[in-house]
Design a protein around this ligand. Structure first.
Ligand code: 13P
Length: 250
């Protein structure tokens, strides 16, 4: 059975609640009835209640961009999986390269966050990907293997059920440089191989692996045509309702 694709928006640190309301007012009519794929929008934390309320009854799921691994506690500025669930989130992005780069998040932190998300019943979107120097040094496969092994560490296939992975080559994020569909596919095969080692072949065969990095309406179709590419994680082009709708309808 073909894997159902996921088109996910990562708004990063853009839009306030009223801009979120405006986005959904314009976006929802553009994609109504479009149930071929899953659609997810991940706005900043403060926009979540507005996004959830505004998208209610539509085919758009709402996710967060991060979470803390503890259920609650003295962790100033943090948000737990239980809190996200309570407001109505269904998805959460974990280990985005910007978190790794600017906030020192390690592969091991990604692992505990992944465990917390799965435990709570959220659908995690775990991000992996190499930086330019690693690609140029021929280290892409090693990096992806390491990131996956550590992220998946000590999680059973039964618990991993809802896992989604996003391959986001860091050199393609916000740069306008997109990985070719073939190059992305090669990376996805490495990720799928690691998932097979960690969770078994059947799990790996069903795992959705999204591509992220300068996905635009112009390149979405050719990326989505690849058998190995099970969707997209979209940054900049997801901020405009027309452009994200065009990607959803690739
Ligand atoms: P861009 O689509 O802006 O390159 O961002 C990709 C990304 O980081 C999505 O998580």
């Amino acid at each position: 059975m073909p894997r159902k694709k996921v088109l996910a928006a990562n708004w990063k640190m853009y839009k306030n609640p009223s801009q979120t309301r405006d986005f959904f007012r314009d976006f929802l009519p553009l994609i109504s009835g479009n149930d071929r794929d899953e659609i997810v929008v991940c706005p900043p934390y403060v926009d979540l209640p507005t996004a959830i309320e505004t998208a209610k009854g539509s085919n758009v799921a709402i996710g967060a961009q991060n979470l803390h691994w503890e259920k609650e506690g003295a962790f100033t500025g943090e948000i737990s999986a239980a809190m996200l669930l309570d407001v109505g989130c269904t998805h959460v992005i974990i280990g985005h390269s910007e978190r790794r780069q600017h906030f020192g998040e390690s592969d091991d932190v990604g692992n505990v966050k992944l465990k917390a998300a799965l435990e709570a019943g959220l659908t995690p979107i775990v991000c992996v990907g190499e930086v330019l120097e690693e690609r140029e040094a021929g280290l892409t496969e090693d990096v992806l293997r390491r990131q996956c092994t550590r992220a998946f560490y000590s999680i059973s296939a039964r618990k991993a059920g809802k896992l989604i992975v996003a391959y986001e080559p860091v050199w393609a994020i916000g740069t306008g440089k997109t990985a070719t569909p073939q190059l992305a596919s090669q990376a996805h095969l490495v990720v799928r191989g690691e998932a097979a080692k960690a969770f078994g072949k059947e799990f790996a065969d069903n795992l959705r692996i999204l591509y992220g990095g300068s996905v635009k309406p112009e390149n979405a179709k050719s990326l989505m045509a690849e058998e190995e590419i099970d969707g997209a994680l979209v940054g900049g082009a997801s901020l405009d309702p027309k452009s994200f709708a065009a990607i959803v309808k690739y």
